[in-house]
Design a protein around this ligand. Sequence first.
Ligand SMILES: Nc1nc2c(ncn2[C@@H]2O[C@H](COP(=O)(O)OP(=O)(O)OP(=O)(O)O)[C@@H](O)[C@H]2O)c(=O)[nH]1
Ligand SMILES: [Mg+2]
Length: 372
Amino acid sequence: MKIKKYQAPSMPEAMKKVRSELGPQAVILQSKTVYTGGLFGLFKKKNIEVVAAVDPAATIPLKQSETKTAPVFPIQPVPQAVTIPDDFKREMAEMKNMIKKLKNPASQEFFYPDAIKPIIEKLEQQGVSSELQQITAKHLLEKWSIEKVEKVEEKTVKSWAVEFLANYLPQAPSIEKAVRNVYLLGPTGVGKTTTLAKLASKKVLEEEKNIAFLTADTYRIAAIEQLKTYAGLLQAPLKVAYSQQDFKDALLEFSQADIVFVDTAGRNYREKKFVEDLQQLMASRPKQSVYFLVLSVAAKEEDLQEIINNFASLQIDGFIFTKLDETRTKGTIVNLMHTNQIGTAFVTNGQNVPDDIIKTTNNMIVQSLFED
Ligand SMILES: Nc1nc2c(ncn2[C@@H]2O[C@H](COP(=O)(O)OP(=O)(O)OP(=O)(O)O)[C@@H](O)[C@H]2O)c(=O)[nH]1
Ligand SMILES: [Mg+2]
């Protein structure tokens, strides 16, 4: 029995080393997380250490002459008197299973034990990117090897995944404190004005705040009327900004309001030119402002990414995803959060003002990926 210790930054990498040196028959006897290097206990590097073994007798090739007469089923080598601790047996069986799958390089899931596989499959079904799936799987494998639980249940692995992803994804800004101007920007018809009305209504009805509306959407006459209706219902002032100067004047005039909700025109922002027009109109960014990019989660992810790229110069603080009620897959939300390192502050799930809006936390977003 040849036994060897390996260290690698992750379980899959460790498995690769084992496989390339000891071959596919190798079994893992033990795995744990170790910390190496560092100064005064700081900056230590986390590694996975695995102890692997292979029985050389099982891998010795038969001589040429023997090949001809070799039986169809190879003779099993007589097992040597090696005592394997009980708690490693289950792990060995699972690892053997993994090694079997490792033989098939086309198999994406070769290193996922049974308890982890359904979690990764769920992420796949939800349209979560393969990059995020792999990052999550790597974490789950590490956690699984550290915890060494006798039989890990799917719901435990799910809670590991939720906790990990919720912390891994960027956080959204809040509109609770120190925010005076809330801007909603985004493509045509995603629900900017409706969402602005939902946000404003909540501030008035639940927190009794003094609010004001400012709209830069002069592109459609109906847009001003739409916001006027909400302003009327909430008895809040509304100003229309046709120019940079109007914008500045209105913000100054609303200096007594607790919070100013700014609506903007929806355009095809896959065209950079429209974003530049918007940027010019808004000119400088007032202090205590948050810029939310409003996107429909029902849209195509590539198109949304193109829009986000065009908005880079405006420094978006957070996302609001609308029309959650129109899709079953929510992978787009976490993918865009991860790729752009922008958090999601709200999601909307219907046309009703003000009820169909949810102030989100990362935990809620990730949890929703596992709902049916
Ligand atoms: N199903 C669903 N519809 C929504 C949601 N939010 C808004 N809508 C609907 O989407 C349509 C467009 O909403 P608006 O608020 O006018 O969208 P907008 O982004 O302001 O549109 P423009 O100003 O023209 O760019 C309306 O019919 C809304 O009722 C949502 O969460 N779910
Ligand atoms: Mg609008």
